[in-house]
Design a protein around this ligand. Structure first.
Ligand code: BGC
Length: 812
């Protein structure tokens, strides 16, 4: 069953039934000021950091789901309703939500009145703008009472939810003209406040939550709205909110537009006050003035659209399959931008207080985004590397506001360092900017410890080399990519976290085949980089370590039909035929096949065949099989999940692309494509009632074949799935891959495809690429031409900037 449809022309997903199987959300803003907005107007805003600078309050896991947001209430004399159906839930005559590129419109029609809210964060603006358009479609005069509503958060989203003995006494607001200012804690240690304005004289307001709702009423029936009369309450402690009251009279056929601005301001210490206890509002007023008319708002939206046109024009595909094209051209790229901005911090599954920016996560995310704005990827790489330790180890996460490593979330995940090599090399291949390698970058943000970024890559590489176990394979540390395979944790106390509790590292023999494959893949990239930068001795040294790793994998990591997953603390195999449960895992087989370990000897094909046989399912490739059915203290969190969920045999969409890429190494485009299509959201739209999450973005996990409800997805939006699938489809299946000296064309496609076209902007030039597959093969480019001239090999050389070049690749 579907709940809407794609509108590719406008790059929107159109939801036509508000009762989606889960809130279907969108993200506004892409630099400093961010909002999450659901299809019924739920959600919240924050500045940079969802934990430390939460602007509006949100209650996760509430009853009913998704309560609280940026709401508008309309009292039209006959009924009280909201354009997004919620929170009033008054039946609407029609409803439509359009989620677009960083903007959302929600339109409801009731009793002949059309109310449409446009939500977006204009470029370079610390504010969310909301334009409410009211239209009278009847022949009679309509008198409407419009109430806006947001609820302020007391900045730190964590203490906002716990410290009520203080919180209920600190709230402070100011009201001036049509603007409500939230200034809690401004007089003490904060230099910032928030505001909510409307470009129309107001006939009243409320800022005290209980006065607005009535103590016993919910979001669906605020007392003031039901009565049609605001109380002009001024919050003193308790829970400050902001609600403007505007009376609108619409003649038959008349339209009226109101513009609301929800913004954030920081003031210098000596410029905080206008007069005693009256905040300096200059900056707020300047922003409000920028958007004080519908025309200005429309112009800002047009700018935002143009911005996205530019970003999405860097890579466009015409494959003849609209479901594929809309993912590659629109939604997958959009999701990559969102994960780049938010890492794993704030979604409808991530509360914004638990996790910051992941070290491994962010490096992977930037790979899906780097072609759009390489400069921002560059900045991110430096930020990430600055949190690294001098021995190459890393904090697992850092806070976006402070950019400092967050120890509460732990360290010692031994795969982390290698991802920095991946991120950096992807950036250089895209941009050609080798100068990033010379950037001075500190360790653990300590001034005075700066070394070149290149040196950070070397310590990353060495971290693996310096932490090898008894088989010459990488020690896993706290965990590798799979945060939940905790081989050194041995936790039997439910009150400790698997992620941070003291590990038993002394004498540990826990080794990871996933890190081994990762090391070979990015280690080779490191070697190539060393060669390119004239460090041949380092290249030789590194190559030697890679060769021995390959040897160790073949000797001690091969189980006969697939690669084992790991050795545990005691040196026993994990993910082997010898095991009773979880005999095979996806990660090691993904990475070792991507690395092509044993390709000639047939190991890659065998491993991939075993994956197909044991891990593949209708809804994608599960992580391990058979699932764990009991708790194994020596494996940790992975065995805490019921079979089929999350890391215990769920379809973990993040790692399915590793197998897709492995299949392309083997040259099997049919298989790679089959796997891609199975988890790609646009192909799942028809089963939205089962899948539940948004059909326009990937989810981290789909319940696996052993789950209670296979096919049901969770954890949409913030997942490495976005960048990995984008990377797999564009660089390995379609095969358009940035390289140091040009664009590599190396497709591996299903044999039934006859070809496809791609436009790719690369280093200032535009390439119009046509791939033809006249003989129905899966891999291999027989001839490559640029503007009619034959090129040897499969790399299109860099052409002069500014030009447009036509490329023709004919497959064997
Ligand atoms: C985390 C990743 C991790 C994955 C597998 C995700 O939730 O963000 O860092 O690799 O889970 O455990």
């Amino acid at each position: 069953m579907k709940y809407g449809h794609f509108d590719d022309q406008r790059r929107e997903y159109v939801i036509t039934n508000p009762r989606t199987p889960w809130p279907w959300i969108n993200y506004l803003g892409n630099e400093d000021f961010f909002s999450l907005v659901s299809n019924t107007g739920g959600g919240y805003s924050f500045y940079k950091d969802a934990k430390f600078r939460r602007i509006t309050r949100y209650r996760y896991n509430n009853v009913p789901m998704d309560s609280g947001g940026k709401y508008f209430y309309i009292n039209d004399g006959e009924s009280v309703w909201s354009p997004g159906w919620k929170p009033c839930k008054t039946e609407l005559d029609s409803y439509e939500c359009r989620h677009g590129m960083n903007y959302t419109t929600i339109k409801g029609v009731k009793n002949g009145v059309e109310a449409e809210v446009l939500y977006f964060v204009p470029l370079k603006t610390w504010a969310e703008v909301q334009k409410l358009t009211l239209r009278n479609t009847t022949g009679e005069v309509k008198k409407l009472k419009i109430f806006s509503f947001v609820e302020w958060c007391l900045w730190n989203a964590a203490s906002d939810m716990e410290n009520f003995q203080r919180n209920f006494s600190t709230g402070e607001v100011e009201i001036e003209d049509s603007v409500i200012y939230h200034k809690t804690e401004y007089k003490e240690r904060r230099n910032h406040y928030a505001y909510y304005s409307v470009n129309e004289p107001i006939s009243g307001f409320d800022t005290d939550r209980e006065t607005f709702f009535g103590l016993y009423n919910g979001f669906d029936e605020p007392q003031t709205v039901l009565e049609g009369a605001p109380r002009n309450s001024v919050a003193h402690g308790w829970s400050p909110v902001a609600s403007h009251y505007v009376e609108v009279e619409l003649q038959p056929g008349e339209t009226k537009e109101l513009v609301y601005v929800l913004g954030y301001v920081e003031n210098e210490e000596d410029d905080k006050w206008e007069s005693k206890n009256i905040i300096n509002k200059t900056k707020a007023k300047a922003t409000i003035a920028k958007f004080d008319s519908a025309e200005k708002v429309d112009a800002a939206l047009a700018e935002l659209r143009a911005y996205w046109d530019k970003l999405l024009n860097v890579f466009t595909l015409d494959s003849g399959d609209e479901k594929l094209d809309r993912m590659v051209n629109i939604w997958n790229q959009y999701q990559c931008m969102i994960t780049f901005c938010f890492s794993r911090s704030a979604s409808f599954f991530e509360s914004g207080i638990g996790r910051g920016m992941g070290f491994r996560d962010s490096n992977q995310d930037l790979v899906g985004f780097v072609h759009q704005i390489p400069e921002r990827a560059r900045e991110r790489i430096i930020d990430i590397a600055s949190t690294q330790f001098s021995d190459g180890g890393c904090y697992h996460q850092y806070q976006p506001l402070t950019k400092k490593g967050n120890n509460e979330i732990g360290q010692g995940f031994n795969d982390d360092p290698m991802w920095l090599i991946f991120g950096t090399i992807s950036y250089i291949k895209e941009s050609g900017d080798f100068s990033i390698l010379d950037e001075p970058v500190p360790f653990d943000n300590e001034a005075g410890t700066e070394v070149s970024l290149f040196h950070h890559l070397t310590v990353s590489f060495n971290h693996i080399v310096n932490n090898l176990g008894p088989h010459g394979l990488p020690l896993s540390g706290r965990a590798d990519w799979n945060d939940c395979l905790n081989l050194n944790c041995f936790s039997n106390d439910p009150n400790e976290s698997f992620q941070t509790t003291e590990n038993k590292t002394e004498g540990s023999k826990a080794e990871s085949l996933m890190i081994a494959g990762l090391f070979v893949v990015y280690g080779r990239d490191y070697v190539e980089l060393c060669q390119k930068t004239g460090n041949s001795i380092e290249a030789e040294r590194a190559q030697h370590h890679i060769d021995s790793m390959v040897e160790s994998v073949i000797t001690d990591g091969w189980d006969g039909d697939w690669f084992i997953r790991a050795y545990d603390y005691y040196g026993r195999k994990v993910g082997s035929k010898e095991n009773e449960e979880s005999k095979i895992f996806i990660e090691s087989n993904g990475w070792c096949t991507m690395a092509g370990i044993g390709l000639q000897e047939g190991l890659v094909a065998k491993a991939l065949n075993s994956v197909k046989e044991r891990l593949d399912s209708e809804h994608g490739i599960v992580l391990n099989n058979p699932p764990f059915t009991k708790y194994y203290i020596e494996y940790g969190e992975i065995s805490t999940y019921p079979p089929g969920y999350k890391e215990n045999a769920g379809v973990f969409c993040h790692n399915n692309p590793w197998i897709m890429i492995g299949e392309t190494v083997q040259g099997r485009g049919d298989r790679a494509w089959e796997y891609f299509r199975k988890i790609c959201p646009s192909y799942l739209e028809e089963i939205s009632d089962l899948h539940r999450t948004e059909p326009y973005v990937y989810s981290q996990m789909i319940a696996g074949k052993d789950a209670f409800l296979p096919g049901e997805a969770k954890n949409s939006w913030l997942t490495g799935t976005a960048s990995w699938n984008y990377y797999a489809i564009t660089q390995y299946i379609l095969g358009i891959r940035p390289d140091y000296n040009g664009l590599m064309i190396n497709p591996c496609i299903p044999s039934e495809w006859t070809g496809f076209k791609i436009t790719r902007q690369f280093r200032g030039a535009s390439y119009e690429i046509e791939v033809k597959n006249p003989n129905g093969v899966m891999k291999g480019v027989a001839s490559l031409k640029i503007d009619g001239k034959i090129i040897e090999g499969n790399i299109i050389p860099l052409m002069p900037e500014g030009g447009t070049y036509s490329v023709e690749a004919v497959m064997v």
